[in-house]
Design a protein around this ligand. Structure first.
Ligand code: ATP
Ligand code: LTN
Length: 331
């Protein structure tokens, strides 16, 4: 029996945050045994904003090591760099011809990024969702585990797949987003109304998964809460505290009610310390494994090459089918 296929990726920009970990990676880890999983470093996507080449190369490799350090297992899942499999860009071109400019201009992320980088509204920024659709559709993916901010991109991917399938004949599996119940959106430690973002310029807003323990503790101790003193889950009125509770629950394994029972009347300082400690404990083995992996670049590159080869084999199958259907002359 063939297992269902899972695909997801992260752009190698900024740092991998505990938001990325809780919203995306922790769900990937749970899926590795039950599905055929493919996890890419979306290094073509991140070229839509200017990168410093030498730093970018280093960061992409560091992200790859962090994937493995988190527990993504190259024996179980395909781990690779998107840019190593040329089929992504090839399918993107064909899908571009089945996507309307208006659809792309309506994407929230495009509007946000265009406003943020007004001096560099390049074609890639507009075309970003079509590359993401190509990533997903190339592998006949059934489920895409992402945070809630990617929902709109999944919807357009589905629209493109259905449009193509209806024009020709069933070619692509129509994928679904897999969004965790809680933790789909972790908020900034400084501005609890804002998403924790991996490229936030304020270093205290986000926590990296390979951050030193004392820095993590400092960030949690200075997290913005409210003028009340009670630890209670109430996202509407107590967004800061509620966010910390979700983080503590997801990283430490305690339920939200248990946290309320244990820390409800202990005051914020005690609660914040416990929350920071839960995060430090969860991340400790990840950091140790990351340091080990970064001293063995040959191993990392061998995993990446093997992953790309396996990905390419699968991607070719879909791409050949697509080329035949649209009427390109076969080689
Ligand atoms: P940026 O801030 O640079 O736009 P990002 O933090 O949104 O980046 P992405 O690379 O866009 O990170 O996202 C990687 C994955 O992590 C996606 O599945 C995304 O939905 C998820 N994710 C990102 N931020 C959060 C968050 N704060 N809470 C939960 N999931 C998140
Ligand atoms: N756009 C995604 C990263 C990404 C992705 C994908 C996620 C690129 N290709 C394919 C899922 C499936 C983001 O999280 N910003």
């Amino acid at each position: 029996m063939n297992k269902k296929i899972i695909y997801s990726g992260i752009q190698p920009t900024g740092i991998i945050t505990i938001g990325n970990f809780i919203g995306a990676i922790s769900n990937w880890l749970k899926m590795q045994d039950d599905y055929d999983c493919i996890f890419g470093i979306a290094d073509l996507h991140a070229l839509t904003v200017r990168q410093v080449p030498a730093e970018y190369r280093k960061r992409a490799l560091s992200f790859f090591a962090q994937y493995i350090a988190c527990g993504l297992d190259p024996e179980k899942s395909i781990l690779y760099f998107q840019s190593h499999v040329a089929e992504h860009a090839e399918l993107q071109w064909i899908l571009n011809c089945f996507t309307y400019i208006g659809e792309m201009q309506r994407m929230t992320q495009f509007k946000d990024k265009a406003a943020k980088h007004a001096d560099n509204i390049n074609m890639g920024l507009l075309d970003y969702p079509v590359l993401m659709a190509a990533d997903i559709l190339l592998y006949q993916t059934s489920l895409v585990p992402v945070g809630i901010d990617q929902k709109q991109h999944l919807e357009i991917t589905r629209d493109i797949a259905v449009r193509f399938n209806n024009l020709y004949s069933p070619t692509f599996t129509v994928p679904e987003a897999y969004i965790g119940e809680r933790g789909a959106k972790i908020y900034s430690l400084r501005e609890p109304g804002q998403k924790m973002s991996k490229s936030d310029p304020d270093p205290n807003a986000a926590v990296s998964i390979i951050e030193d323990a004392d820095v993590i503790m400092k960030k949690f101790m200075s997290a913005v809460t409210d003028s009340d003193t009670v630890v209670r889950y109430d996202p509407e009125n107590k967004p800061g505290v509620s966010n910390l509770m979700v983080i503590m629950s997801e990283m430490g394994g305690l339920g939200i009610q248990e946290i309320e029972r244990l820390y409800g009347d202990k005051g914020y300082a005690v609660f914040k310390r416990a929350c920071g400690e839960a995060v430090v404990e969860r991340l400790k083995p990840i950091k140790a494994e990351y340091d080990r992996l970064m001293s063995d670049k040959d191993y990392l590159m061998a995993v990446a090459r093997d992953g790309a080869e396996r990905a390419r084999r699968l991607a070719r199958r879909t791409l050949n089918k697509v080329k035949r259907k649209v009427g390109l002359v076969e080689q």
